[in-house]
Design a protein around this ligand. Structure first.
Ligand SMILES: [Zn+2]
Length: 411
């Protein structure tokens, strides 16, 4: 039986007060990572697990990564699953439990952990990043349940720990230690980025290659440079050779902005503390954002070859250390996930959304690497990590409608 969209949307509208109330209760339980001075996700996850059970969902799994820095000793994630008509596939909606610290309290109008409602907005730390989507996904599924509608495929809502500080205790841990649920053929929505009009569906990321480059020369007095080997000068030559890669890698992909690979020398460590010493040791870093079509080993090899040239020219030694290296396959614009999401966004918001690529660094990469087509999409006001962070209630309710249509595969 084809569900009546008007009835579905009316049910989601009826749930608005419940969504706001859940936002209020979640905001009062700040899940801040231990390295940011917080207690982790345990209290928030315990409350949410009870709350979800109270909504009548029975299949709730708690998956925790051990972390001795958290008072509870662990970092829990929650997985809420509802079976679909087709048990052989799954639609993931992944959001995160953790929030970042409020920052400068003087920049906030009220207590960041006491929800304040004004002008159709909910103010508080975490209200947009990522509770707006967490609450929307839960109430989309609740609306289906209340109306007796079965999702087209299994729906798995994942409320993950540790997204803000690297995912070691979140999605990375889950993929390594609880791989079973991720083996089913699946599509995933990660509603943790987007545009204020809901028009951007992110399907690809550039690869990230961060390098630490150390140049060793010979330190001498500033009056006798000819007896030393100036590591700073040699490193500067290497910096310019790396900058040349921005011209050498000419491949372009219109999905991305900018459409090309970028190679940027960035951080610089201090060398000598005084003016009259020739530095014998120099350290700088490079941030490369590389189109998925390029070969990362090839990029690394070219930088290494440039370093060998500099060694020969200046009589120094150059060592390279990889600080971060991440790459993921792109989700194709032709994926059914993209067409269904595009149709749902059009139905709910009347907006023609378009697939885009970004500079890299979302949790979408982990899911794509696990073979799951993943779109990062939500309708948000870019409030993440800001003082006076807010969630627009209309976006929360609207996104819940988009998610419900995705679950039904009916836009
Ligand atoms: Zn987030």
């Amino acid at each position: 039986m084809k569900p009546d969209i008007n009835v579905l949307f009316a049910e989601i509208e009826r749930l608005r007060p419940d969504m706001i109330e859940l936002q209020r209760r979640l905001t009062a339980l700040p899940a801040i990572a231990p390295e940011s001075g917080g207690r982790g996700e345990s209290e928030k996850a315990a409350f949410l697990e009870e709350h979800v059970r109270g909504m009548g969902f029975s299949k709730i799994e708690r998956m925790a990564a051990p972390d001795s820095r958290a008072p509870s000793g662990e970092r829990p994630s929650l997985l809420v699953t509802r079976p679909g008509r087709d048990r052989g596939r799954v639609l993931w909606i992944m959001t995160h439990l953790d929030v970042v610290p409020p920052g400068d309290l003087a920049a906030w109008t009220g207590d960041p952990f006491v929800l304040r409602e004004a002008d159709g907005k909910l103010y508080g730390r975490g209200t947009e990043d990522n509770q707006q989507s967490l609450v929307a996904s839960l109430h989309a599924l609740l609306a289906l349940k209340n109306l007796g509608l079965t999702p087209a495929a299994d729906v798995s809502l994942l409320f993950a720990a540790d997204e803000e500080t690297g995912s070691t205790y979140g999605i990375k841990y889950l993929l390594d230690h609880f791989p079973e649920p991720f083996r089913k053929p699946g599509l995933a929505l990660v509603p943790d980025a987007g545009e204020p009009d809901g028009s951007a569906i992110e399907i690809a990321e550039k690869s990230i290659l961060w390098l630490k480059i150390r140049t060793k020369g010979v330190q001498v007095h500033g009056s006798i440079p000819h007896r030393g080997k100036n590591a700073f000068v040699a490193a500067s030559d290497l910096v310019l050779r790396i900058d040349e890669l921005n011209r050498a890698y000419a491949r372009s992909d219109a999905l991305f902005d900018p459409p090309v690979s970028t190679f940027s020398p960035t951080k610089k460590e201090a060398n000598v503390p005084n003016v009259n010493t020739i530095p014998g040791d120099d350290v700088f870093y490079v941030d490369c954002r590389i189109l998925p079509a390029e070969n990362l080993d090839g990029v690394y090899g070219r930088i290494q070859a440039a370093a060998r040239d500099v060694e020969t020219k200046y009589g120094v030694s150059v060592s390279m250390e990889t600080v971060q290296r991440e790459s993921s396959p792109a989700t194709q614009a032709s994926s059914p996930l993209v067409s269904r999401l595009t149709a749902a966004v059009k139905t709910v918001y009347g907006v023609a959304a378009r697939p885009v690529g970004i500079g890299g660094g979302t949790v979408g990469a982990y899911l794509r690497r696990a073979g799951i087509d993943t779109a990062v999409w939500s309708r948000i006001d870019h409030q993440a990590h800001m003082p006076n962070e807010y969630c627009v209630v209309d976006h929360m309710a609207g996104d819940a409608k988009v998610m419900a249509l995705l679950m039904l595969e009916d836009a």
